[in-house]
Design a protein around this ligand. Structure first.
Ligand SMILES: [Zn+2]
Length: 152
């Protein structure tokens, strides 16, 4: 019924964007993300729906503490619905016998290139693939392996 491919949405004027900001936000269908995650040998997937009350009008009239409590209740009761603007998919990476216990103790050692599964080497805030040379960013503690960055 709906396309599962990522769609680009201009964020100009969207909630959370600066008035002068002109950029593109990529929206991903949860099934598309699930396919990508499964292709990376991540298992025991759990899907959670978040942001039941991401409505600017409500945020303006209902105190934050009440919205937070309502959000927790709705997540527990309706987290399975996947009808919210935010969906989180968590899982566990399959054990790789080629990774030693010492090096596997950091998440960086477990990350692989989404394109070729080569090892990612950290330089500053950029992860570069040893095999295919694609680079990915880690910004404010969040890994973004969705799209390679253009290196200068
Ligand atoms: Zn690669």
């Amino acid at each position: 019924m709906f396309s599962q491919k990522p769609i680009e949405v201009p964020i100009e004027g969207c909630e959370g964007s600066k008035p002068t900001e002109k950029s593109i936000m990529h929206n991903f269908h949860p099934r598309y993300i699930k396919k990508v995650v499964v292709s990376q040998e991540i298992e025991h997937l759990h899907t959670y729906s978040l942001s039941f009350f991401r409505i600017p009008f409500l945020k303006g009239i209902v105190p934050h503490s009440i919205l937070t409590r309502m959000e927790r209740i709705f997540q527990a009761l309706f987290g399975w619905t996947k009808l919210t603007p935010s969906i989180i998919i968590s899982g566990t990476k399959k054990f790789d016998a080629n990774i030693s216990k010492e090096s596997a103790s950091t998440i960086d050692a477990l990350l692989v290139c989404p394109s070729c599964k080569g090892s990612l080497i950290l330089k500053g805030t950029t992860y570069r693939c040893e095999k295919c040379n694609l680079s990915f960013e880690k910004s404010e503690g969040i890994y973004d392996l969705r799209f390679p960055v253009i290196s200068e």
